[in-house]
Design a protein around this ligand. Structure first.
Ligand code: PEP
Ligand code: MG
Length: 587
């Protein structure tokens, strides 16, 4: 039996199934209290909050000790929830004004928060419901003294099958026995998915009824690349799977000497990682990213009910800069200014527009709200004293925008200097090329910036007029459409003429066929989710510049009426002919 779900974290895993049924709900009785008891209930709540905080801090410290990595951010986020004054004041208010016990007040408040999150457009934000569940469970356990057995009884390497996993449950799974996991709940943007990728644990989510279809001890083969779970395979399928597992392990292994991005004959491109505040950074180091090529700053807004202050932004950017400087190679962080609007909506900021994707978003929004723009620029400038920081402007569509940004930056530099605040006076600025007009007019834009970074996610969306999040037009989502290739080529020639570097930071950079094609066309850097760095690097290390020149000619060889699908197939064929192990690298 093969079940199909969402490909959540790449990789293969096979072994006995361990069915995890979760901690279950904490049983809570809700009752009215006399006004004279309100103080006692608030004290009970405060004690529970204090212990929960201590537990979370201890867990973070232990994780830092044990793995020095990843999972920590999730629990920092839980700490933020529990330290959220607004939320906790609401709980206290429910006790004092609603005269209910602390457990009831916690549950009612969290129910309210859950329904707020669930209504949000942004799937990343919607997924935060799981974090609220987790924090609520911790608090209720403190208040009720309810003891569940959080320790999973995993005794041998297993594939964990669960209805859903909270972030706490995910990190408490003993990693040495965790081969992979398959769940009904979760989505590619859930915290669990982010953790799985950060920890390099293959995962399939979004399955239907997996818990009742698999029994403990069944043999399960999990394919996180294709989103498939096979239960009790026949001997032949099992042997095929084992062979594939071995091949892909061997295929990705690098010799360890050269930095990712090195070509076979000495040339190289830079390989950066994309990240945003709130996701684990350990994978960047493990996969040897040379820096952060795209820091999606908008997540500081998306994760909060209000706009972050200059200090909050500064703290986040500073820590990104300090972390990036510990990476091998370039060690820079490219902080993209607030890219809000379109699919990234935020209450209070995003106004109702008939066409949000064509509306007052990203750099347009910032230029229409100068205080917000200046606050973010100041925070970035201040962080530039702590590492190699670059500023990147999102959704640029014309030169006026860059001219205005340059002017604002100049003024701010003077102000900071007069205040005696340290910053990098030579800070580089860049434009994202993700709107067709920017690619078409790249020559003019190049006069105002030090680098370009091509956002293929949006460039494809705007060029093909196909919503990047709409499955019904997913067939038009074509990074290798000849029109996109032309825009890439125009951007590259404009940049070369001016002598500025070009990166690609859209998802296509991590696709072994497409990302390498951009390198063949002449981009200087790719920026992608860190876990995909090894595969792309492995391919690059097997190719010479002459090979890449030949690869770049593949689309043209197909003639004028070539389709995106035809170009992709021909590129893939070229790769397979050149690299005998290519298919193994894709699994
Ligand atoms: C892009 O558009 O390709 C990009 C990298 O930005 P985002 O996906 O955040 O819009
Ligand atoms: Mg974009």
């Amino acid at each position: 039996m093969t079940l199909t779900g969402l490909a959540t974290a790449r990789g293969l895993a096979g072994g006995p199934a361990f069915i995890y049924r979760g901690h279950g709900e904490v049983p809570v009785s809700e009752y009215a209290i006399a006004a004279t008891r309100a103080d006692d209930e608030v004290k009970r709540l405060n004690d529970a909050v204090a212990v929960t905080k201590r537990d979370l801090e201890a867990l973070i410290a232990a994780l830092r000790e044990r793995t020095g990595r990843a999972d920590i951010r999730v629990f920092e986020c839980h700490l933020m929830i529990i330290e959220d004054e607004f939320l906790m004041n609401e709980v206290v208010g429910r006790i004092r004004n609603g005269l209910v016990n602390a457990e009831a007040a916690v549950r009612q408040t969290m129910d309210g928060a859950r329904s707020q999150f669930a209504k949000m457009n942004d799937p990343y934000f919607r997924e935060r419901v799981r974090d609220i569940d987790d924090v609520e469970r911790r608090l209720l356990k403190q208040l009720t003294g309810f003891e569940s057995n959080p320790h999973l009884e995993l005794k041998e390497p297993s594939v964990v099958i669960a209805d859903d996993l909270t972030p706490s449950e995910t990190v408490q799974l003993p990693k040495e026995f965790l081969l992979g996991f398959a769940t009904n709940g979760g989505s590619p943007t859930s915290h669990v998915a982010l953790l799985a990728r950060a920890l390099a644990i293959p995962a399939v989510t979004g399955l239907v009824d997996i818990v009742s279809r698999v029994e403990a001890g069944d043999t399960v083969l999990l394919d996180g690349t294709n989103g498939e779970v096979t239960v009790n395979p026949d001997a032949e399928s099992l042997a095929r799977f084992r062979l594939q597992e071995k091949r892909s392990r061997e295929a990705v292994a690098m010799d360890g000497a050269a930095l990712p991005g090195a070509l076979k004959d000495g040339g190289s491109v830079k390989i950066f990682a994309n990240m945003h505040p709130g996701i684990p950074v350990a994978a960047l180091k493990e996969n040897r990213a040379q820096g952060i090529g795209l820091y999606r700053s908008e997540y500081l807004w998306l994760n909060h009910e209000r706009e972050p202050t200059e200090e909050e932004q500064f703290a986040a950017y500073k820590s990104a800069a300090q972390f990036a400087s510990t990476l091998e190679g370039d060690g820079s962080v490219t902080i993209r200014m607030l890219d809000i609007g379109g699919d990234k909506t935020m209450k209070g900021i995003s106004s109702k527009e008939a066409n949000p994707f064509l509306g007052n978003r990203s750099i347009r929004y910032l230029l229409s709200r100068r205080e917000a723009l200046r606050m973010q620029m100041r925070a970035i400038l201040r962080a530039s004293a702590f590492g190699k920081v670059r500023i990147m402007y999102p959704m640029v569509s014309c030169v006026e925008e860059l001219r205005e940004c340059a002017r604002e930056l100049d003024v701010l530099k003077k102000t900071l200097a007069s205040e005696g605040i340290a910053f990098d006076a030579g800070i580089e600025t860049g434009a994202m090329i993700e709107v067709p007009s920017a690619a078409l007019n790249a020559g003019a834009l190049a006069d105002y910036v030090d680098f370009f970074s091509i956002g293929t996610n949006d460039l494809v969306q705007y060029t093909m007029a196909a919503d990047r999040g709409n499955e019904a037009v997913a067939n038009l989502y074509q990074p290798l459409n000849p029109a996109i290739i032309k825009l890439m080529s125009m951007t590259l020639s404009a940049a070369k003429e001016k002598g500025i570097p070009v990166a690609v930071c859209g998802e296509s950079a991590s696709d072994p066929v497409v990302g390498i094609f951009w390198v063949a066309m002449g981009v200087d850097a790719l920026s992608m989710s860190a876990t995909y760095i090894p595969v792309v690097s492995k391919i690059l290390s097997s190719l010479t510049r002459a090979d890449l020149d030949e690869y770049a000619k593949v689309p043209a060889s197909l003639g004028r009426d070539a389709t995106a699908a035809g170009i992709f197939a021909a590129c893939r064929e070229w790769m397979s002919a050149k690299l005998p192990g290519f298919a193994d690298l894709l699994s």
